[in-house]
Design a protein around this ligand. Structure first.
Ligand code: FAD
Length: 391
């Protein structure tokens, strides 16, 4: 058993830490207040070769795997959750292709992402179907003019990075529209340039500003067989991509929690009250000690989940461990950012400090890519099935 990161990941951690301090920390507030996409940060990621971290070397990536991306995201999210999202978006839409795509799809879509020449987004949620994926209404019907081709109609919503994306991974019902079976759903790659594809709206959000979420309209979009990922009805294969994402979302949680608690810790050492610094009070020390313990617990769950995913352990029997990392780390982020606001008092509520920004940004994490309740359901099912068992 070895709890140390390998040397190359320590080097990555150090270099991303420096980049985050130099380039992200000074920009975080401005990105939030303008809500404008931080192209400068994207370019910094590109120059530092961070956009292909989890893409295999044969497709132009860095081959650092899920663990490498986890380490990088933890560092950038100490200052800005939205920059963590930018790195996450190099894996969320590409995951199904890496896991279940054809060689041709990998050659066509992965090198552009790794090189920072193209961007992508992921369309699973719909206005009437978020947690309830099987309730999706986007339909794919057989294209009478193209052998093996499909015509897509429907609306996907809350898609992160939708405005900058050149292509989308989207899911549609290819089987009986009323069926709730997973093999009635298929994953497609949809190019932005295809006729009938449009961004219908973008959302006004509570946090994670700078990378828009929005609605993708698919109107009679013709997709050839070469853009089907994992075969017709291959939703289950594509879902493995989401399982493998759990530590990557968790990484945003631990990074945000670490940033918030480091900031609050420095503050309480300076703030005077009742003739002491507030750090002298045991009530404050215990609060910090408890949340530091929770952050470390979340960190261990997250690193283990990333390691599991890199071993190919993202199939059903590993779901509980993967879901635990996402559920716990993101709940810790919400808790930690709340503690940070509280420890700064009124100052923490004002825009003079980043605490209120972390507080707003944290909440997204317990909702996206399977809410905390959905993760709890998955963990419980794993326990009931003995996928996680200690005997
Ligand atoms: C900022 C942001 C970015 C996003 N980016 C993307 C993206 O890029 N691509 C994409 O496809 N989607 C994206 N989403 C959507 C996200 O994945 C969904 O919001 C999420 O899956 C939950 O779906 P919902 O919002 O419809 O909530 P609902 O499914 O309507 O759930 C509402 C509440 O009910 C609870 N609930 C639902 N079912 C159960 C149950 N069985 N047991 C107990 N409680 C339950 C949920 O936990 C939640 O608290 C994004 C969302 C946000 C906020």
């Amino acid at each position: 058993m070895d709890f140390d990161l390998p040397d190359e990941l320590v080097a990555l951690q150090q270099s991303v830490r420096r980049l985050s301090q130099d380039k992200i920390k000074p920009r975080a507030r401005e990105i939030d207040s303008t809500g404008e996409y931080p192209e400068d940060i994207f370019q910094a990621f590109k120059e530092a070769d961070l956009l292909g971290l989890c893409i295999p070397e044969e497709y132009g990536g860095g081959g650092a795997g899920i663990l490498g991306l986890t380490v990088a995201i933890e560092e950038v999210t100490k200052y800005s959750n939205v920059t963590g999202l930018m790195l996450l978006l190099t894996r969320l839409p590409t995951g199904p292709i890496m896991i279940a795509g054809t060689e041709d799809q990998k050659q066509r879509y992965l090198p552009g992402i790794a090189a920072g020449e193209t961007r992508c987004a992921f369309g699973l949620s719909e206005p009437q179907a978020g947690s309830d994926v099987a309730g999706m209404q986007t339909r794919a019907t057989a294209d009478p003019d193209v052998e093996g081709g499909w015509i897509l109609n429907g609306t996907k919503c809350w898609m992160s990075g939708i405005v900058q994306a050149d292509w989308y991974t989207v899911f549609a019902k290819t089987g009986d529209p009323s069926s709730r079976a997973h093999d009635s759903i298929t994953c497609f790659i949809v190019d932005r340039s295809m006729t009938g594809v449009s961004v219908a709206r973008t959302d006004r959000k509570m946090g994670v500003k700078g990378v828009d979420t929005g609605e993708l309209l698919l109107e009679n979009v013709k997709v050839g067989p070469e853009n089907i990922v994992g075969g017709v009805g291959g939703f289950r294969l594509a879902m493995f991509g989401l399982n493998a994402m759990r530590p990557i979302v968790a990484a945003r949680g631990i990074g945000l929690a670490e940033g918030a608690i480091m900031y609050a810790t420095e503050y309480v050492k300076e703030r005077q009250a009742f003739g002491h610094t507030i750090a002298d009070f045991q009530g404050i020390q215990w609060k910090l000690a408890e949340i530091a313990t929770e952050i470390e617990a979340a960190r261990l769950l997250t690193y283990r989940a990333a390691w599991l995913a890199d071993q190919g352990k993202f199939t059903k029997e590993w779901v509980p461990q993967l879901s635990m990392s996402k559920m716990y780390a993101t709940e810790v982020a919400v808790k930690a950012s709340g503690i940070a606001v509280q420890l700064l008092g009124a100052a923490g509520y004002m825009e003079d400090h980043p605490t209120e920004l972390w507080y707003r940004d944290a909440k997204q994490l317990t909702i996206v890519e399977g809410t905390s309740q959905v993760q709890l359901g998955l963990i419980a099912r794993g326990l009931l099935n003995h996928d996680i068992w200690w005997d």
